[in-house]
Design a protein around this ligand. Structure first.
Ligand code: FAD
Length: 502
């Protein structure tokens, strides 16, 4: 699509959804200004500094690379020219405190054999059936749900009605947790596959069973980005610049201005205090910021309350460099809680688990071998979003998190030298500060409940000319999905601005 004459669009936020939108709009001939409150592109795809170099402090698991190949292709370029993606033979290494260790590869029969060897033949056979079931879910819902700009209940129901084998998973009252209880006899496997609900910020007991499809999206391939995931954001920002997008860092959008109910411009903070006129604005921050009035009263009613509440999960995230001793680590590792209830019981009640599952990303092991000397790590522990108005975590709470995390890993034999200080921790309160109005929730609205995904806001809002892209908009949770939401936002903008086919 190409707009007839250059139209001014402001994209607020240089997260993945914002970058994907800006690239597509610039390709279509729009004049795009992108304003980002932070000093660098990427949003949650951020880094912190360590003695061993910058370490990824956000996403680490890159799936659905075709979404990014497609984004570069839209601009007539190839992703491979700018980034080296390293496919991972082992998707993740899983450790349980009873000594079980399991590598998953995404290949059905290889994984079924590994599970049978580790947990018995019944578990292996049940896994194979689960893998097939998750594949049917992905095939059924990829089109009408993930790839649809505005999923419709009637269309989803029609897909479901055509496939009786899916009915069980779609019954009201069936959660991912209860469905897995029926499908997988081994509690360790239920813990493993139940965890996929956390990829969109939910717990297995409260999230819909259809989220099992996330496993198959991951099984199709996991890549590491050479140099770290944040390079993806840098490469997208560089592509946007080449396409003529005017990117302004350290610049906060203060007010989205309206004139007679239509978008007219964006007033900026920072040194310039500019007002950028715009026919359309795409907001890539947490949609809750609009409702909270952080972008001005004129757009505070752009979304319904159910579009942003309740909140998805947050996390406690450690990023540091150290020497690791005592565990044979892969790139992605999981050290499971003693039981799923130890982790998800407290999370379901809005509490911080005392003995949670710990995800460990060993960033420097993308090619297998561990580097000599200190290496870079990210640890993620699920946590609830902050309650409205909650104060930041106290130093004692941070110290408590340090004790819990490193004592728990020591039970698996894993120790670090030096042991990171609590300075290396990002808490839900810190995320709440970094991403205004989010309360630390990392995926926008909670996925809990059968119809949760239909409550998520789509690209268009109630204010003509104001659009959404990103993790809090459909289907935005996760990096490829945030990029897809940018595609939907760009399509909606172009359609509404009166674009014509090229
Ligand atoms: C610790 C962690 C681990 C994760 N792991 C994975 C993973 O392994 N795989 C995966 O796929 N996903 C993962 N995710 C989720 C993934 O990072 C997000 O879904 C995705 O990056 C969200 O992108 P976004 O487009 O919503 O933008 P965001 O990253 O939310 O960025 C929004 C941007 O908007 C800016 N902004 C907001 N308001 C304003 C304003 N008023 N003016 C100017 N700028 C503004 C912000 O500064 C920010 O830069 C993880 C997230 C976290 C935090």
């Amino acid at each position: 699509m190409a707009v007839q004459s250059a139209q001014s669009v402001v994209v607020v936020g240089a997260g993945i959804g914002g970058l994907a939108t800006a690239i597509r709009l610039a390709v279509a001939g729009c004049r795009v200004t992108m304003v980002e409150a932070g000093a660098a592109p990427g949003g949650k795809m951020r880094v912190t500094q360590t003695a061993a170099g910058p370490v990824d402090a956000g996403p680490t698991v890159l799936t659905m690379r075709e979404v990014f190949d497609g984004l570069f292709a839209v601009a007539g370029e190839r992703l491979d020219t700018h980034l080296r993606l390293i496919p991972q033979a082992v998707l993740a290494r899983h450790f349980w405190s009873d000594g079980t260790r399991l590598d998953l590869t995404g290949t059905r029969d290889t994984d079924a054999a590994a599970i049978a060897a580790a947990m018995g033949p019944r578990a292996g056979a049940a896994y194979a059936a689960f893998h097939d079931h998750a594949g049917r879910l992905l095939a059924a819902f990829d089109g009408p749900m993930m790839q649809s700009a505005a999923p419709q209940m009637a269309e989803l129901a029609a897909v479901a009605l055509r496939q009786p084998s899916l009915w069980r998973a779609l019954l009201p009252g069936t959660s991912l947790g209860s469905d897995l209880l029926w499908r997988l006899p081994d509690a360790r496997l239920r813990q493993l596959f139940g965890r996929y609900s956390t990829y969109v910020g939910g717990t297995p007991g409260l999230s819909p069973a259809v989220l099992a499809l996330i496993w198959r999206a991951e099984a199709r391939g996991v890549w590491a980005v050479e140099g770290g995931m944040h390079r993806l954001a840098q490469a997208l920002a560089a592509l946007a610049l080449r396409l003529g997008v005017d990117i302004r860092y350290d610049t906060r959008a203060l007010v989205v201005q309206t004139d007679r109910g239509r978008i007219s411009g964006v007033a900026l903070g920072g040194a310039s205090r500019d007002v950028v006129p715009a026919r359309a604005v795409v907001f890539n921050g947490d949609p809750a910021a609009l409702r909270a009035g952080l972008l001005g009263v004129g757009v505070a009613q752009a979304l319904r309350p159910a579009a942003t509440e309740p909140r998805s999960l947050s996390a406690r995230v450690w990023t540091f460099a150290a020497r690791a001793h005592g565990a044979d680590l892969a790139l992605h590792n999981l050290f499971f809680a003693d039981s799923a209830a130890d982790e998800f019981g407290p999370l379901d009640r809005g509490r911080v688990p005392q003995a949670p599952t710990i995800y460990l990303h060993a960033q420097d092991r993308a090619q297998g071998a561990a580097p000599d000397g200190p290496e870079r790590f990210q640890l993620i522990l699920n946590a609830p979003a902050r309650a409205p108005g909650a104060a930041p975590e106290t130093p004692e709470e941070r110290d408590q998190c340090a004790r819990t995390t490193f004592a728990r890993l020591a039970r698996f034999g894993l120790t670090f030298d030096p042991v990171p200080s609590s300075q290396a921790l990002t808490t839900p309160g810190d995320f709440a500060r970094l991403f205004p109005a989010s309360r630390g929730a990392l995926y926008g609205r909670s996925p809990h409940g059968l119809l949760a995904s239909l409550h998520r806001p789509t690209a268009r809002t109630a204010v003509p000319g104001l659009y959404l892209a990103g993790g809090g908009a459909h289907p935005g949770a996760g990096v490829p999905m945030a990029a897809l939401s940018g595609k939907f936002a760009a399509q909606a903008v172009l359609r509404d601005l009166g674009s014509t086919g090229r």
